[in-house]
Design a protein around this ligand. Structure first.
Ligand SMILES: [Zn+2]
Length: 451
């Protein structure tokens, strides 16, 4: 072999080594599931194997061969199901009895954006620990703490759910506040908690700004003020949001406001209290999701009277076949939030799953509750094409519980296992989040930080 041929051989060996390194298959994990729930059909299959390569599911079935070298996770004594969705919450605000008397105008003055972002990170971990792999976070996030959390989780800095952030809520003058002229005109007190948008131009600008700064959904205050938004205003926001791939949720607190949102063909309506049975029918016909935020009556929250109304509204919406999501609006804390038996603090995940009480009181069957907590949640969050169902090609987000939630929905209180993006976050009831922490970004979507 002459010198040149030798060099060529060496080059070939190096090239082959590079190609081999690039083609090396991702690590395979095999999960043995004693019972696997498909919430789309409300059915369960026994003794299933789920194969996962890297972040995604590659195969699901009863008798799959487990490749040599695969990591085997034995959940044969548990029920495996897709991760849960809270379709309406606020991880970066917690108003309290002390010091602000539950007056969140004060919370957002006293707690800085960085502090609120750190709290959101903690709340995200607490929610993931309770099985919530997707969270729609819709406003009251100071200066884009929600979008920052989404980016931090996507970049692999810390564990957390897939966050669908809205950025600040967009509303007509005043947002949800009634500020003094001094605070409004001279201190711009509305911002960043709300973006004032009072004309078509301002609506377009506000929607674009939120999408520019990392929003994945748009939140409108439809009727927080008597002047509110018209059908045309809402339609404009919907069409502008669509350009950035975002769906619109409308906060609604009056029957008139709800009707304008329905007439505009909004994607989601938040809060169920102002909706009439006729409007439930219209929402069902149009496929408009209801993020009812159905607060239970607990020692730390609510009243019996309000609870009865919420239960009746949820029941009627379910009977009328409105696409319901599981949603909480959980953005408060007080010193009564303790486990009555153990005296330990409840986590935000514990308090979120406690919203099942409302669904149970409404007499909604477990299979339908599960459907709302998963399939409808993925659809409302507009991620169902890539995340949620336990099927080949989807991200490996799944949880496991003792017992069978199709017969006893309270099984969801006892999440033993959580996997997100193919990484184990919780096993045998204990958080094991080491794999989620990276010192640098593991990915930058589209090479840009915010989108
Ligand atoms: Zn809310």
């Amino acid at each position: 072999m002459n010198k040149r041929a030798g060099m060529l051989c060496l080059l070939l060996v190096v090239l082959l080594a590079v190609v081999a390194a690039q083609a090396q298959p991702a690590h395979v994990t095999a999960i043995k599931a004693g019972r696997l729930i498909d919430p789309e059909t409300g059915t369960a299959a026994t003794n299933q194997v789920i194969l996962i390569e890297g972040e995604k599911i590659t195969a699901v079935g009863p008798n799959l061969a487990i490749p040599a070298g695969a990591t085997v996770i034995d959940l044969s004594k548990l029920t495996v199901l897709p991760g849960l969705v809270d379709a309406h919450t606020h991880m970066a605000i917690t108003y309290k009895e002390k010091p602000e008397s539950n007056y969140y105008y004060l919370t957002y003055i006293m707690d800085s954006t960085p502090l609120r972002a750190i709290q959101a990170a903690s709340n995200g971990i607490q929610l993931l620990n309770s099985g919530f792999t997707v969270v729609r976070d819709v406003g009251n996030n100071a200066l884009y703490a929600d979008a920052a959390l989404r980016q931090a989780i996507e970049q692999g800095w810390l564990p957390g759910p897939t966050v669908i952030p809205s950025g600040p809520m967009i509303g007509s003058t005043g947002g949800q506040f009634w500020p003094t002229p001094e605070m409004y005109k001279y201190h711009n007190i509305m911002f960043p908690e709300y973006i004032d948008a009072n004309s078509p131009d301002e609506i377009v600008r506000a929607v674009r700004e939120n999408m520019l700064f990392g929003a994945r959904t748009i939140k409108l205050c439809i009727d927080c003020k008597p002047w509110g938004y018209s059908v045309e205003d809402i339609k404009l926001a919907i069409s502008e949001a669509a350009k950035g791939g975002c769906k619109v949720e409308g906060h609604v607190q009056t029957t008139d406001g709800a009707q304008r949102a329905i007439d505009a063909g909004i994607h989601m309506i938040a809060h169920g209290n102002a909706l009439t049975p006729e409007q439930h029918q219209q929402m069902a016909a149009k496929g408009i999701f209801l993020n009812g935020t159905d607060t239970p009556f607990m020692p730390y929250r609510g009243s019996e009277q309000a609870f009865k109304r919420t239960v009746a509204n949820l029941r009627d919406a379910w009977e009328k076949k409105v696409p319901l999501t599981f949603s909480t609006d959980l953005d408060y804390w007080n010193e009564r939030m303790k486990n009555e038996k153990t005296g330990e603090w409840l986590t935000r995940g514990d308090m979120t799953i406690a919203f099942l009480e409302t669904w149970k009181a409404a007499g909604i069957p477990p299979a339908d509750i599960l459907h709302s907590m998963t399939i409808n949640g993925y659809k409302a969050a507009d991620i169902i094409k890539e995340r949620g169902p336990i099927k080949p090609g989807f991200y490996a987000d799944l949880i496991a519980v003792a017992g069978n939630p199709l017969t006893n929905i309270d099984a969801l209180h006892n999440v033993q296992f959580v996997m997100k993006n193919g990484m184990v976050f919780k096993k045998d009831g204990v958080m094991t989040p080491e794999k989620f922490f990276h010192p640098g970004p593991v990915r930058m979507p589209n090479g840009r930080w915010t989108r």
